[in-house]
Write a protein that binds this ligand. Structure first.
Ligand SMILES: [Zn+2]
Length: 366
């Protein structure tokens, strides 16, 4: 079967991000380059900018992960980024002052751009590559987690709120262009902030259904972008577990009853945590663990591939909570089983049973 872009007369650039991954790896994507460290500058942001590495460390300590069973992320190249971003936007990132504004780390404007590129933008590009890779893995395996990414304030021509690359838009566009049988996506954005980046990118795209649950009183309050949300759940200051979990479950079930997507992108921000300096909500650690379980259970029960991104939430205790979320998904039997079966034909059968409409998918791993 020919690839979609062939039938539409488009050509897609060669990318390393869709290279095949051994079945012995769990579909969990990460690279040590995700973490941002530079002479203490990262401490000027209200951020644990090493949270991604800490999540992996906890998962290794619990013996869920080893060095050998994680998928190592690759940095997205300029050609990869141009699938969504404009050339002029990428050129603007060559000015340190622009990056300082987007990442909200003012001292960056005083650094030569090569350092900004190496210490800040490369980590973000590697996380972006990880999201794109995890998108394909999710379709292959039924689920995938990028322990990073979720830059939901960035759109094709504008960054903001620490988000320099539109990894959610990129992951979806890569799937639409390169994977046969993937033509409808649902984004469930449960970060405390409104996901105005992907909303602007998919404003008039009927293939993408967006559900967004956020604190209505905080950044970005993007009224134009809100028009792209098909299921909008606005929360007030200090919303607690019982109301939050009830609304997430009700509206996610409603969303999946309304449209049957080929892929779910779950933006699992943890800045809903009680005490978060930016989120303004009051969800407990146990509430966050339960939230991820609700989302995965709904997706897995319907056999819809799900891609989870860790997105916002940078308190010191955040990394432990994300690790606990992933461990709970495993304990609940919602992730992990495929890889644990090892290589061989039983995998194919499991895959075909759970995602029969994707069994004939062909991938363009060029
Ligand atoms: Zn956020």
């Amino acid at each position: 079967m020919s690839h979609k872009e062939d039938s539409e007369g488009k050509s897609s650039h060669p990318t390393g991000l869709y290279a095949s991954i051994p079945r012995t790896c769990l579909p969990i994507v990460y690279h040590p380059d995700y973490n941002i460290t530079f002479m203490g500058l990262e401490k000027l942001h209200p951020f644990d900018s090493g949270k991604w590495g800490k999540v992996i460390r906890f998962l290794k300590e619990e013996q869920f992960l080893t060095d050998g069973n994680i998928v190592e992320a690759l940095e997205a190249t300029e050609e990869d980024l141009l699938v969504v971003h404009t050339k002029s936007y990428l050129n603007r990132l060559k000015w340190s002052v622009v990056v300082a504004t987007i990442t909200e780390i003012p001292p960056l404007m005083c650094l030569p751009n090569f350092l900004v590129q190496r210490r800040v933008l490369r980590p973000l590009r590697t996380q972006t590559g990880g999201t794109i890779m995890a998108g394909k893995l999710a379709v292959d395996r039924g689920w995938a987690i990028n322990v990073g990414g979720g830059f939901h304030h960035c759109s094709s021509d504008k960054g903001g709120g620490f988000c320099a690359y539109a990894d959610i838009t990129l992951a979806i566009k890569f799937l639409f262009e390169r994977v046969e049988g993937i033509s409808r996506a649902t984004i469930i954005d449960l970060d405390a902030h409104q996901g105005n980046g992907h909303e602007r990118d998919f404003m008039d795209d009927s293939r993408v259904f967006i559900m967004d649950v956020y604190n209505r009183n905080i950044y970005p309050r993007d009224g134009f972008a809100k028009r792209a949300i098909k299921r909008k759940v606005e929360l007030d200051w200090g919303t607690e577990d019982s109301e939050y979990l009830r609304k997430v479950e009700l509206h996610f079930e409603g969303t999946l009853n309304e449209v049957q997507p080929d892929i779910i992108i779950y933006n699992a921000g943890t800045d809903i945590l009680d005490g978060d300096p930016l989120g303004g909500l009051s969800i407990s650690p146990q509430g966050i663990v339960k939230r991820d379980e609700i989302v995965f259970r709904a997706a897995r029960r319907r056999g819809i591939p799900i891609l989870m991104l860790t997105s916002g939430g940078y308190q010191k205790k955040t990394a432990r909570i994300i690790a606990d979320c992933i461990l709970n998904l495993h304990q609940q039997g919602l992730i992990g089983a495929e890889a644990l079966e090892g290589e061989g034909s039983s995998l194919q059968v499991t895959s075909m049973l759970s995602h029969s409409r994707h069994a004939g998918s062909t991938f363009n791993a060029v």
